[in-house]
Every structure is written in structure tokens, then in C-alpha cells.
Write a protein that binds this ligand. Structure first.
Ligand code: FES
Length: 83
């Protein structure tokens, strides 16, 4: 995975939680509820995709624009995140 703004790139295991994997490589993405409700952990993907299981903390419009909730998204392959 790669973080566009910070320039950090790292290999993480498939199935890793996006928010936790980011923190492990030094990228802190704010998180409040941790279960996909509040939207605080929303980030935009530049490329790639994730498996997201949310509880209403993101709109269909935001998803269409490439946003995901990092607290409830699993890494499924190469991806670049805008943060
Ligand atoms: S921290 Fe609340 S939706 Fe992710």
C-alpha cells in the first residue's frame, strides 16, 4: 500500500485492516467509533480497492467518489490512499 501525501509505501498482509495497517507504518488516520458508524476514519482511494463492511458511516455518493471507511476496510490488493 502507498500513501500519496506522506509518500510512505509498505507491504502489508492481504486482509489487514486498513486503519491499523496505516498506523503500523506511521500514518495516523483519525478513528472514533471503529465500527463504521461515525465516518471519522474516511479516506479516499487513489487506486485499488478494499473490502469494506460499514454500518452507515459513509454515503453511496462518497463510495462512488472512491471514499472508504478505513476502520472497517480490509486490504485486498495493491492500493494507494490519499493521505
Ligand atoms: S472510526 Fe467511525 S466509521 Fe471508522
Amino acid at each position: 500500500m502507498r500513501f500519496a501525501e506522506s509518500g510512505i509505501a509498505a507491504s502489508v498482509a492481504l486482509g489487514s485492516n486498513l486503519n491499523e495497517a496505516a498506523l503500523e507504518v506511521g500514518v495516523h488516520i483519525p478513528k472514533v467509533c471503529g465500527i463504521g458508524i461515525c465516518g471519522a476514519c474516511r479516506v479516499q482511494l487513489v487506486s485499488g480497492s478494499v473490502n469494506m463492511m460499514h454500518n452507515g458511516g459513509i454515503s453511496d455518493e462518497e463510495i462512488a467518489k472512491g471514499y472508504v471507511l478505513s476502520c472497517c476496510s480490509e486490504v485486498t490488493g495493491d492500493l494507494e490512499v490519499e493521505c
